[in-house]
Design a protein around this ligand. Sequence first.
Ligand SMILES: CC(C)(COP(=O)(O)OP(=O)(O)OC[C@H]1O[C@@H](n2cnc3c(N)ncnc32)[C@H](O)[C@@H]1OP(=O)(O)O)[C@@H](O)C(=O)NCCC(=O)NCCS
Length: 331
Amino acid sequence: MKIDTSLTMPQLPEAMSQAGLQFTVATEEDFDEIMAMSQDIYGGLDYLPTRYTSWLQETNRTVILARKQGKVIALESVCVIDDGETMLVEGLRVAPQERGKGVAGVLLRFCSEMVKSKYPEVKVSRLTRDDQLGPKDFQKYRIITKQGILLVRFRAEDLNFRLTELGLVGNTSSSDCPPVLLDHTTIHRLYLTTDLMQGVLPNATIIQDWQPFKLLPSNMVILLKKDIDWMVDDVSNPTVASLCTFPFRVPIGDDWYYLNIDMFGKDLDLVRQQFLCHLQSHTTPLKGHVMCQMFLDPLLWKPMAEFCHNTLGVELVKEYTEQCVVESDVI
Ligand SMILES: CC(C)(COP(=O)(O)OP(=O)(O)OC[C@H]1O[C@@H](n2cnc3c(N)ncnc32)[C@H](O)[C@@H]1OP(=O)(O)O)[C@@H](O)C(=O)NCCC(=O)NCCS
């Protein structure tokens, strides 16, 4: 049976109908067309090829396509989180030949209208950007929090050799108190039943692989379904916490993996320890190239970049950039 996935909005703002765009809910069959217009985005680190199928199955998510004369020219995903109060915008992309014409703006407004009619309790829209925000963006958005982005690349085999040389393999930490990998019960207790994480997380927000979550049980249900290693330095009094998303393949080339580490807290030694633990446990089984992106307190970017380059001998891919979680009211 063919499912009708076309979307009609009774009261589309004028600009949308003028743009001559049609909007549909994405299906498995659209995958190739979407990938064709997604070449080279996010510097080859596009997560969509890996996430697409599971995105389509998530009950709180809708993936919307904009089409022009039937052809897919843009995509955006909206996911309702934070007990239904937040719509999270992700995956936004416009086909290269259609950029600069206002398509993203029209699609964003369409998705906002759709979410408002489907989830009337949604109050804010959140998204995470890594580009330079301009004055117009500051009029539109409130900044929730910022993290520095440290992007390094290496061959997994070379890094494993280097970690062994440094005596770091099998010896996760030279300190007496190695970081603790958390089980689900401890994560739940630490993040939801105590206020211990409030001082560690930026603006009390868990940012996992670009997604900002408030500290709420409903969000924890979403997070605990994912393959993530959760770590803290000390379960009774955490200073640094981290979430390492299991590595996945990215389109930059064959045998290229993306490793995402979200790091919270300001203590350089503890950050270094947790970073090394995640690298050790996730790069040892890999063969091939790794793009490792760590999001961390902006003040720790420089010393961690120096550590990566000077001690680990890995290549810094780009200079300092920021991951910015922004929010606007849904009106
Ligand atoms: C970023 C991109 C989607 C912009 O598309 P576009 O159609 O050229 O953008 P527009 O002409 O509609 O103009 C910009 C509008 O999109 C919004 N926009 C631009 N970049 C954005 C971003 N990264 N995230 C969310 N909104 C963005 C602007 O705020 C503006 O909205 P407004 O009309 O309400 O003012 C497009 O260049 C693209 O696909 N780039 C590659 C993928 C990418 O970097 N995506 C961003 C993910 S964070």
